[in-house]
Design a protein around this ligand. Structure first.
Ligand code: UDX
Length: 450
């Protein structure tokens, strides 16, 4: 059992990591500056929705396995290992904003009193481990008072606990054997499948690859993973665009393509493009790193450009569906979060689409299962509801933006009533086409000619 502190413990990555490590039997002190979130967490409530998180959190609080505080000095004093999970948002030029990481390092430099392993969980550009080491070395001795290691997270929102307890791999980048040993001990219970509270996400057969490498390679592995995923989405969106022009059916193409075991069926859904807090931010940061090192990342620039154009494709579809100006046209957006299964609207392309439509005078109504409150908070002018029937009522155009299962089951015979039936745009290929045809509803599927 290790005493672990999480700096940025109320954020998405910090919270899932803290809860995960506490479940493995470590004593976790989660530190954050966000008072509202801390207050909620102390009462077992999480601001981010994650399947199964709150009940587990409450169990861990009850048995004193995890605690929450805003006092960094206390967390540092009580911990042998500190996980840094503060945010690294994009700056205007695409580079990662390291100011929070630097501020944390400057405080650690003054607060560390015994050998402490600093584990960087946040996705940070290559070179950041060096910056943190330099800051700490102003007062402390590397290797004796501290070591800094990289242990990138691969958590998908909505599947965070699965990704923590059944990860596809654990990657640790370190130049210190002492620190590497500490990390191996921390993850040992996970590799053995032992936890203090029973959780359903660990399977007895699971074998988790544990990769030890240098910090640069560990950080680049994370960027490479997200750049690859972003590339896959821009790739399929580009195929969808070509398919639509030449008369193909994207659903059949994706199915046929995914049958090649080298390609596989997952993560090939066309749509409005990739949103969310990670893919866009990380691929832009990777492009900046390449530029700074005099390397021209032609492919990744193309991936970003396709994603920006994809949004316009959807906007153009809506404009051609209404045939005239968007002014006072009622547009129903199905899916407000950046993807299904999450309440995160911060980097949602649906919200960006809402703003573009609103700016042209459209009256927009949005549906989401989990993110209605968050969407209203972010965009008070957006009419948002969890009631599908209400959202569809009177719509001139309905746009399906994510793969929420409820959208597959819509009863199109009553949609749009009492007006004339709406025009439907399916960006995800999830709607029931037979039901749309039966209801005599005109529709357009992204990637398929009709
Ligand atoms: C991603 C990575 O998957 C995760 O490993 C990393 O650590 C953080 O970033 P996340 O941002 O939570 O996770 O979501 P993800 O499920 O990857 O989806 C990202 C975006 O791509 C969403 O907007 C989603 O709708 C879109 N997407 C995903 C598609 O358009 N098509 C797909 O086939 C898959």
């Amino acid at each position: 059992m290790t005493d672990i502190g999480i700096i940025g413990g109320a954020g998405y990555v910090g919270l899932v990591t803290g809860v995960g490590l506490a479940t493995l039997g470590h004593k976790v002190s989660s530190m954050d500056l966000d008072q509202t979130r801390l207050k909620m967490l102390k009462n077992g409530k999480s601001a981010v929705y994650e399947d199964g998180l709150e009940p587990l959190l409450r169990q861990l609080i009850d048995i004193n396995q995890i605690s929450f505080t805003d006092d960094q000095s206390e967390t540092v004093r009580n911990s042998d290992v500190l996980f840094i999970a503060v945010g690294t948002p994009s700056l205007a030029d695409g580079a990662a904003d390291l100011s929070s990481v630097i501020a944390v390092a400057e405080r650690l430099r003054d607060e560390i009193r015994k050998y402490t392993v600093i584990v960087v969980k946040s996705t940070v550009p290559v070179g950041t481990i060096g910056i943190i080491t330099d800051i700490l070395s102003q007062k402390l001795r590397a290797g004796e008072d501290f070591d800094v290691v990289s242990n990138p997270e691969f958590l998908r929102e909505g599947s965070g606990l699965v990704d923590f307890f059944a990860p596809s791999r654990i990657i640790v980048g370190s130049t210190s054997e002492r620190a590497s040993k500490v990390l191996r001990e921390i993850y040992e219970p996970l590799l053995q499948g032992t936890t203090v509270v029973a959780v359903p996400w660990i399977s007895p057969e699971q074998e988790i690859p544990y990769v030890e490498t240098d910090p640069t390679s560990a950080q680049l592995t994370k960027y490479a993973a997200n750049a690859y995923l972003a590339t896959r989405i821009s790739f399929i969106n580009e195929i969808a665009g070509i398919s639509e022009k030449v008369g193909g059916n994207i659903g059949d193409i994706v199915y046929g393509l995914g049958l090649d075991p080298r390609i596989g069926p997952g993560y090939l859904k066309p749509g409005i493009g990739f949103g969310g807090p990670c893919l866009d931010k990380d691929i832009r940061a990777l492009v900046t790193v390449a530029d700074e090192n005099s390397y021209d990342p032609v492919m990744f620039n193309g991936v970003i450009r396709r994603n920006d154009l994809q949004m316009r494709e959807v906007m153009n579809k809506i404009s051609s569906a209404v045939g005239s100006s968007l002014y006072r046209k009622r547009i129903a957006l199905l899916g407000l979060a950046f993807k299904e299964g999450t309440n995160d609207v911060r980097h949602s392309l649906s919200i960006r689409l809402y703003r573009a439509l609103r700016d042209q005078g459209a009256s927009v109504v949005g549906h989401d299962v989990l993110a209605v409150e968050e969407a209203r908070e972010l965009e008070p002018g957006l009419e948002a509801s969890t009631e599908l029937t209400y959202v569809l009522k009177g719509a001139d155009v309905v746009v399906a933006l994510n793969s929420e299962q409820a959208y597959e089951e819509i009863d199109w015979t009553i949609a749009g009533m009492p007006n004339r039936p709406p025009f439907v745009i399916d960006t995800r290929g999830i709607l029931d086409l037979a039901a749309l045809e039966t209801a005599h509803i005109r529709f357009d599927i992204l990637g398929s000619a009709r």
